[in-house]
Design a protein around this ligand. Structure first.
Ligand code: DLL
Length: 432
């Protein structure tokens, strides 16, 4: 019996949910104290022991974790279980060369898939549905997460992975997919292709579950109109398992956070102070059921507002709004997390100066990504062939660091405007 089906939790009273969180938090803090020396040291430095944490009200006493901690503790330093008990990793970009690696026990995978199953059920999914998973499979969490969730609901699962649009459309029409899971930008692209190919009458889609990047209400309307579906948002991050930390219901007024697995806080990103409900700030998660990668007070850098207003769907889990931006400089380009510092690392390794500019735009619902880099004076006086070779080499090095292709344009020395204050490294022309 799939254990995602727990309507009694999704609609429990806030007091019951709080009680469950209190119990799970106390247990989790003890688990981390006993098994994660890196975090135990942080607690000791703050003068906190597990005895000080009696419930959610004491959460503020615990130290934060952030991406830098993950880098410092890479790869095994935050592991909460023996490696022999872990069955999976997933990974995403880190702030510099080191990637974030998250570990899962079989129990972690099960709970994660339950969370994704809830998202599919909230989008109207049942065992009668054909669910096309067009998020990337592999190190990225999108494909595996929704795939597992789809199995738990009992849908016929089409494990398409991302890309290969012709094949996506063929399976979508031939097998009568009723639910599509992918990034919103890919959904918009699929919608366009369906129109161009005159396939609108041949598709049976009723719902889409879209996340991993920011998307606007306008984009939602556009996709819904073009595909004749209801488009649901889904949120998550690799560090907290992946998609399914929060999901939208039919009310489409924010995403319910799976509070039996995650405690959410909103903090002031400057001071770290916890903000009252309804205020805008940085979203922080404490994972209270994860065994292998049990992060406490993890700073997501996503800027958000939480709301406990009664939801018409009957679920009582707190809702988060669509992320409104980030408190760091991470960009999400074609669904891939990119940090300017990664680009800087490559340029310095390849003998360039750190004078560069990243230009991102969205053309035909797809992200364009260009990096302008100043040539060294020596290269500038070289032949065009050598300059072109240097450009090609940089494309390869950047692709290997970032995991996605950037267009590289080498420009004359000192031609990128110098700033008197903060350098303007990123020109993001996308309207989100
Ligand atoms: O993007 C996990 C995911 C996969 C979520 C599929 C939803 C669907 P990461 O690659 O680690 O994990 O990136 C996490 O992506 O901190 C947000 O900044 C952003 N993000 C994720 N979902 C949304 C969303 C996956 N629905 C980072 N809206 C997060 C806006 C989102 N931003």
């Amino acid at each position: 019996m799939a254990n995602y089906y727990q309507p009694e939790i999704e609609t429990a009273s806030p007091e019951e949910i709080r009680q469950l969180q209190n119990e799970r938090l106390v247990k989790q803090v003890k688990h981390v104290w006993d098994n994660v020396p890196y975090y135990r040291k942080k607690m000791e430095e703050k003068g906190v022991t597990p005895d000080d944490i009696k419930g959610v009200d004491d959460l503020y006493k615990l130290p934060f974790l952030c991406k830098d901690d993950l880098r410092e503790a890479y790869p095994y330093g935050l592991l909460g279980m023996p490696l022999a008990d872990c069955v999976r990793i997933h990974s995403t970009s880190g702030t510099t060369g080191k990637r974030v690696v998250a570990f899962y026990t079989q129990h972690d995978v099960d709970l994660w898939e339950d969370c994704c199953a809830r998202a599919i059920v909230a989008a109207g999914g049942t065992k009668e549905d054909v669910c096309q998973v067009a998020y990337g499979y592999g190190l990225f969490t999108g494909g595996s997460g929704l795939h597992g969730g789809s199995h738990k609901v009992g849908c016929l699962t089409l494990p398409m992975s991302s890309g290969n649009t012709d094949r996506q459309l063929q399976f979508m029409t031939d097998l009568g997919a009723t639910i599509i899971c992918c990034t919103p930008s890919y959904a918009a692209y699929l919608a366009e292709s369906i129109h161009e190919n005159g396939l609108r009458d041949q598709i049976k889609l009723k719902a889409g579950i879209f996340g991993a990047e920011a998307w606007s209400e306008d984009m939602r309307k556009d996709i819904e109109d073009k595909l004749g579906i209801k488009a649901y948002d889904i949120y998550g991050l690799t560090e907290t398992s992946g998609p399914g930390v929060a999901f939208e219901c039919e009310a489409q007024t924010g995403m319910h956070i799976n509070e039996d697995h995650f405690i959410a806080e909103i903090i002031d990103p400057e001071t770290g102070e916890v903000l009252p409900e309804g205020e805008k700030g940085e979203l922080v998660f404490t994972a209270i059921t994860k065994e292998a990668f049990p992060l406490l007070r993890y700073r997501t850098r996503d800027i958000c507002v939480l709301s406990r207003e009664k939801c018409s769907c009957g679920r009582t889990f707190v809702k988060m709004c669509k992320p409104m931006g980030r408190s760091d400089d991470m960009l999400i380009i074609r669904g891939v997390n990119v940090f300017p510092s990664q680009i800087e690392t490559v340029l310095l390794q390849e003998g360039f100066s750190p004078n560069y500019q990243i230009v991102v735009d969205r053309v035909n619902n797809s992200d364009t990504f260009e990096v302008l880099v100043e040539m060294t004076p020596e290269l500038f006086s070289d032949s065009l062939a050598q300059i072109s070779k240097a450009e090609k080499d940089l494309v390869v090095s950047l692709k290997s660091m970032l995991g996605i292709a950037a267009k590289v344009k080498l420009v004359a020395p000192k031609s990128i405007t110098r700033s008197e204050g903060k350098a303007v490294r990123v020109i993001d022309k996308r309207k989100i």
